[in-house]
Design a protein around this ligand. Structure first.
Ligand code: PNS
Length: 188
């Protein structure tokens, strides 16, 4: 019987509940799903590739058919390398559609044998993005219910470290951070 292996490529900086929702859905329709983190030397991420990999490994450890990997260069080349025949991407709202369509068609031009499969995350995550999570977390807002628990912890640690670094200094870093008190873990 034909087994379908798919890759789910992205930046995942950091992984959100929207990503997790898509991984869960993808794991149900593909025999194998590889969450593939792009190693992009041009970007200045909040989390290193190793940190993102660890978080994704932790949140997907209970899926038998999901693994996590990293790649560099073209997504289609990576898909071929791991013998995947599908690329999974999420579409949250119509605003995602144009970019995703362009990417899917370019990937098809580069590698006609690969299919892009779009899935929609749960509607409650339709406004959620890694960029907004980073911004809200840095400014001390609550990201509860928007990212897995492990990601929440790592974000807190990261922001605490940034505070220590910026303490007492009138640096750009300190200006971009919320007052410490607003970042403390809420008492339940
Ligand atoms: O999570 P993101 O940032 O929306 O993911 C974008 C990603 C990594 C899927 C896209 O940038 C990508 O595929 N980059 C790899 C380089 C590549 O293949 N470029 C041509 C895409 S048509």
């Amino acid at each position: 019987m034909k087994r379908i292996k798919a890759i789910y490529p992205g930046s995942f900086d950091p992984p959100t509940n929207g990503h997790f929702d898509l991984i869960e859905r993808g794991s149900k329709i593909f025999d194998e799903l590889v969450v593939a983190i792009l190693r992009n030397p041009d970007k200045d991420p909040l989390f290193s590739v190793a940190e993102r990999r660890k978080m994704l490994e932790e949140i997907t450890s209970h899926f038998d058919n999901v693994s996590v990997d990293t790649f560099e260069g073209l997504t289609v080349e990576y898909a071929l390398q791991v013998h995947a025949t599908a690329i999974l991407r999420g579409i949250r709202a119509i605003s995602d559609y144009e970019y995703e369509l362009q990417m899917a068609l370019m990937n098809r031009k580069l590698q006609p044998g690969l299919e892009t499969v779009f899935m929609m995350p749960a509607a409650r995550y339709s406004y959620l993005s890694s960029r907004l999570v980073r911004e809200v977390a840095k400014l001390g807002g609550s990201i509860e219910c928007l990212v897995p628990e492990v990601v929440m912890q790592r974000l807190r640690e990261k922001i605490d470290v940034a505070h220590k670094f910026a303490d007492g200094e009138d640096s750009d870093a300190s200006r971009n951070l919320a007052p410490k008190s607003r970042l403390r873990k809420r008492k339940k």
